[in-house]
Design a protein around this ligand. Sequence first.
Ligand code: SAM
Ligand code: SF4
Length: 340
Amino acid sequence: MSRLALPVITPLADGFSRRISYLRVSLTDRCNYRCSYCMPDEGMVFRPRKDLLRFEEIERLVGIFAGLGVRRVRLTGGEPTVRANVVDLVGRVAAVAGVEEVVMTSNGHLFPELAAPLAEAGLKGVNISLDTLDPERFRALTRRGEVERVIVGIDAALAAGLEVKLNAVALRGVNEADVAALCAFSWARGVVPRFIEHMPMSDGQLYDVERQLDAAEIRALVEAHFGADLVPEGEAAAARGPARYWRLVGDGAHRLGIISAMSEHFCDTCNRLRLSAVGALHTCLAYDDAVSLRDLVRAGANDDELRRAIMAAVAGKREGHSFQRDGGGGPSKHMIAIGG
Ligand code: SAM
Ligand code: SF4
């Protein structure tokens, strides 16, 4: 038997010994919102439906990734809930052998209706994006969002038994006044808020370093508001994803996460791969390089050929991202096209 034809018996690891266990799958490049940091105001070209991975293709590819050691699958987008029959897809992915957990990242707009059926189909958790509680600011940031609906969606997700986290991109002069309010809102519901540093996707066109709030500034805002220091949690809390977790001193319940790609980056512990809506495998968010697994599937590749393509891509996973504070070093892709 040639070396390439050997059955895969070792878990997927890259050239820096990082073990890959987490796959983010984008279900669509479309969205019912238009967030200003994620997509341009105009000129977006959405992919035709025939270009998107079909459900059976997603199921098959997830099965292959699971055979290579992926245990956690996050469905994202665009907005994953606008993909037709998303409840059906969640059930199919949750049933794939080896997959231990299916979770989602969503803007929450459709969660008032979808939370219960998604939970019933096997979804375990959702990270809901909410940058401000102020209706006008929310509408301005999302260019069409309804904050009241998102709040109902968060409560519906909690009522359906989902593990809920809140995601907020923290921007100076835009929503820094919301950081403490979002903590209080989350903690009142037993939810963990997570603050994301703005990343220079889109060739830096939607990025402005002046608006970039660093992790240390976010922590300072929280400490000043609540009058207590934040202490870091151990590595174990961070092991599942990109956030680093902190808690207010003397109070175990008040935790927050920070995804600090720019100021305190976490590439050395990256355990993730991304599969775009059109089936492109990205080993790092920060680069445009990708391998089209969809093209291989549609050309008739067998499972072994797909495994080899995945392993070759993972072997070339870069050591770290290349984002620069001047807006350079990132991909030309918009966040909406790859899924955050
Ligand atoms: N539509 C869903 C949502 O909004 O949660 C899922 C896709 S969205 C691209 C995933 C996450 O990326 C969201 O939490 C969003 O706030 C974040 N995001 C979008 N553009 C970003 C950027 N330029 N920098 C940092 N985070 C960004
Ligand atoms: Fe849509 Fe999410 Fe991007 Fe906002 S951040 S435009 S909700 S994909």
